[in-house]
Design a protein around this ligand. Structure first.
Ligand SMILES: Nc1ncnc2c1ncn2[C@@H]1O[C@H](COP(=O)(O)OP(=O)(O)O)[C@@H](O)[C@H]1O
Ligand SMILES: Nc1ccn([C@@H]2O[C@H](COP(=O)(O)O)[C@@H](O)[C@H]2O)c(=O)n1
Length: 545
């Protein structure tokens, strides 16, 4: 594979933080076994949900069974290579799901006295549960198994977002619950002598075994189990693939998967952008929100008269706020001023958003020895997730307001050809990566503006896939386009609160010019983008460049 074509593997280091590396072997921090067991390859994930916010297609799941060293991993990796530039793919190994052993069992295992080839050695319910979550586009945490220690390790591996999942293992077709999850079932059929020779070489080289030990284990457990439990599952396979010289079979399988993915493809962004004009009751927001001269400025409930959208909260349009926006909208504003006023505005917005968290009473004693009954935040976990990179200034604002707040980020960009949003990278805080904590987490989702809303939509869907409650998401943004994706967002996720500082009238598709480097090389091709009008331009570029 040419260097430029090297796929990006999103992997997880020993602290379960996702890292991106160019090749699997580059990712130094990953335990050896984790590398083999789960590989995630991504060229970006397009939308997996429809305008109503619900997932429309499960991940495509392939199950590969076959004897030990028949070439299952090889087939899985070859499929990944052949699929090339398609959405995220993960290889999930049955080895990850060996049961946890007692210290006595570990001792027996070192003496080759444990049968690792019997179906009872595998935690099939956990295997099926993890696969079922991944297939349904939910996050999961996969156990990590060490062949050297004959033990499941304490840490797990966080996985999320695969459009194709390839599961491989000697008993991958054995369990009916697993079989029910596969869209394509493969059995790798290989000559027994070849399997033994390959296993001998591999186990000595990679799994720290002796020749005698491998042969002993093979005769005692591996071969009988192959005959009794593994080979009989070949009858469930849709395709039997040879264990060597199998490139034609792999090509056919890759073609089939590509076809299936194409059938599931969806067009999303244009729907979002035109939502306002298409909607029978377009969101009727005053673009220059009015503040009564008689009453003190209060939070504007958008168009409360005709089309109440209680959950869109616009900052009071005070002269002070308008002054800040005037500076930010002015294309002649210096970068220094732009940063200063963006930071100031970010603090306002985050403070406003904080009003929407629950508080409980708290009594403190003042320095003059009097009790004061006040309030404190009543939340278990709170974090910020910013959409890279325009959400950055808001993330800084959040960090100014809440000390030590956990933060994460999402990289969502438009596909150069289709304009569709693509999820390129995600790094979520631990309170979201674990489902039981995600349910109790409040999330500030941060992005500079909502135009077509496609990135905001994807980000919200991602949080929901992790188990975050819809009414625990507060989207904070400098600017919202009145007739853009906000109309779709409010229908799909009515409980998400959106806090912003201004609502603009226009949303227009335009050409972004190509960017040339100094030597006349094209750094970025010309492409179509949606811009908010009058807007503030590209907030991330103006803030960071
Ligand atoms: N089609 C093939 N051609 C050549 N060598 C292969 C082929 N398939 C597998 N091998 C080799 O056999 C060994 C075991 O293959 P592997 O895919 O790890 O087996 P399994 O996952 O079934 O245990 C590896 O060293 C691999 O390189
Ligand atoms: N502690 C263990 C656990 C499993 N095995 C053997 O691994 C084989 C399955 O892995 P493949 O990559 O070959 O599919 C299986 O046959 C077990 O005997 C082990 O040796 N030690």
């Amino acid at each position: 594979m040419a260097e430029d074509d090297t796929p990006i593997f999103i992997n997880v280091d020993s602290e379960s933080r996702p890292v991106i590396s160019r090749t699997v072997s580059n990712s130094r921090a990953i335990p050896l076994q984790a590398k083999k067991n789960t590989i995630l390859k991504s060229h970006g994930r397009p939308p997996w949900y429809s305008e109503d916010g619900l997932p429309i297609c499960d991940a495509f799941v392939v199950g590969i069974a076959g004897g030990s060293a028949s070439g299952k991993t090889h087939v899985a990796r070859q499929i990944v290579q052949k699929l090339g530039s398609i959405p995220t793919i993960v290889i999930l190994s049955q080895d990850s799901f060996y049961k946890r052993h007692t210290p006595e069992e570990v001792e027996l295992a070192h003496a080759n006295l444990v049968d690792f080839d019997h179906p009872d050695a595998i935690d099939m319910p956990l295997f099926a549960a993890c696969l079922s979550d991944l297939k349904a586009c939910r996050q999961t945490n996969i156990p990590i198994y060490s062949f050297a220690e004959h033990q499941r390790l304490d840490e797990t591996k966080y996985l999320y977002g695969a459009a194709v999942i390839i599961t491989e293992g000697i008993l991958a077709l054995h369990d009916p619950a697993l079989r029910a999850l596969y869209d394509l079932k493969i059995f790798v059929q290989c000559d027994s002598d070849l399997m033994l020779a390959r296993r001998l070489r591999r186990d000595v080289k990679e799994r720290g075994r002796t020749v005698d030990g491998v042969l002993d284990q093979y005769l005692r457990y591996v071969k009988p189990s192959y005959d009794n439990f593994v080979l009989p599952t070949a009858r469930y396979a849709d395709i039997i693939v040879p264990g060597s010289d199998n490139s034609v079979a792999i090509e056919l399988i890759a073609t089939h998967i590509r076809k299936k993915l194409k059938e599931r493809a969806t067009r999303f962004r244009p729907h979002m952008a035109q939502a306002g004009s298409r909607s029978p009751t377009p969101l009727s927001l005053p673009s220059t929100p009015r503040v009564s001269a008689l009453s003190p400025p209060s939070t504007l409930r958008v168009n409360a008269m005709t089309d109440p959208y209680e959950n869109l909260i616009v900052l009071p349009q005070t002269p002070q706020l308008k002054g800040i926006y005037t500076i930010l909208r002015d294309k002649n504003t210096s970068r220094e001023d732009f940063i200063f006023f963006t930071d100031r505005l970010a603090t306002f917005l985050i403070e406003k958003a904080l009003e929407h968290l629950p508080y409980r009473p708290r009594t403190v004693r003042t320095p003059v020895d009097v009790d004061y009954v006040g309030k404190e935040l009543d939340v278990k976990y709170i974090c910020g997730v910013s959409i890279i990179r325009s959400g950055g200034p808001l993330e800084r604002g959040l960090q100014r307001v809440i000390n030590d707040v956990l933060t994460g980020s999402l990289l969502i960009q438009s596909d150069a050809q289709t304009g569709e949003p693509l999820l390129l990278h995600l790094m979520l805080p631990v309170c979201i990566r674990e489902r039981h904590r995600a349910k109790e987490t409040w999330v500030f989702l941060l992005d500079a503006q909502i135009g077509t809303g496609a990135a905001a939509f994807m980000a919200m869907r991602i949080l929901l896939d992790h188990g975050v409650r819809e009414d625990h998401i507060i989207f904070v943004s400098f600017l919202v386009a009145r007739n853009g994706g906000i109309c779709v967002l409010r229908k799909a996720f009515p409980q998400v609160k959106i806090v912003c500082g201004a609502v603009d009238d226009g949303l227009r598709e335009t050409w972004l010019e190509a960017i040339e480097s100094g030597e006349g090389q094209i750094e970025a091709e010309a492409r179509k983008v949606w811009v908010v009008e009058p807007g503030m331009g590209h907030i991330g570029d103006r803030y960071y460049l």
